[in-house]
Write a protein that binds this ligand. Structure first.
Ligand code: DX5
Ligand code: ZN
Length: 231
């Protein structure tokens, strides 16, 4: 049975009350806290850095999932590991040495992942599967919350699901398949059906009055999903 995780993105939270927002969303059932780091260089927007992560760490009783949209990445890996990140993912285009950056994350005791933009081909995963704990597929172009889910992502999710299933079958090691961008109550089932097991949602949770209601409605959609090819 797939264990589904919901990872609310605090990009859509009230920035004036971030600690409180994290407390509320965890009480509402969040499995991870998704932390979108943007540098106005790799992406055309600017958010928060390691000092904010460190300040929020005491509020996060669940893993902090740091999504680095920065270039270069290695120095930020160190800083976020120090600041209490549990999972660190980065975009392969932003690192000169992908394997080295992944090794750096692991050497700091964090779980590591690669993030693929909608147009980034899946083959970049091929030689680094042993170092990946998470594969994050973007279903929007990175930089902003509240964008529309790009439907072509569904096929890519299935493709990566097959890759992971083969790898898990051979090694017994699990890799999470996370999807980020435009996830709503109305499409989460379809995304799970394609093979995702971890769902980032920003505006679909923080844009609403009752976070618990939104998260429960998402979980409700995930009951009885049987992803294609799953045992
Ligand atoms: C986009 C970010 C996403 C974003 C998702 O660059 O990586 O995590 O916050 O927001 P929604 O769920 O509103 O699309
Ligand atoms: Zn993100």
């Amino acid at each position: 049975m797939t264990e589904y995780y919901i990872a609310p993105s605090i990009l859509s939270a009230d920035f004036a009350r971030l600690g409180e927002e994290i407390t509320h969303v965890i009480a509402a059932g969040a499995d991870w806290i998704h932390f979108d780091v943007m540098d106005n260089h790799y992406v055309p927007n600017l958010t928060f850095g390691p000092m904010i992560c460190q300040a929020l760490k005491p509020y996060a009783q669940v893993p902090i999932d740091v999504h680095l949209m920065v270039e270069p990445v290695d120095q930020m890996i160190d800083a976020f590991a120090e600041a209490g990140a549990d999972i660190i993912t980065f975009h392969p285009e932003a690192s000169r040495h992908i394997d080295r950056s992944l090794g750096l994350i692991k050497s700091r005791g964090c779980k590591a992942g690669l993030v693929l933009n909608p147009a980034t081909p899946v083959y970049v995963l091929e030689h680094v599967l042993d170092k990946l704990d998470v594969i994050l597929l973007m279903s929007v172009n990175p930089g902003f919350g509240g964008q529309q889910f790009i439907p072509q992502t569904l096929q890519k999710i299935s493709q990566v699901r097959s890759l992971i299933d083969i790898y898990e079958g051979e090694t017994g090691r699990k890799i999470r398949l996370e999807v980020d961008g435009g996830i709503k109550i109305s499409n989460i089932a379809q995304v799970a059906q394609a093979g995702a097991d971890t769902f980032v949602a920003g505006s679909a949770i923080f844009g609403h009055e009752d976070y618990a209601k939104q998260i429960s409605a998402m979980r409700q959609e995930l009951i009885n999903i049987k992803p294609a090819g799953c045992k």
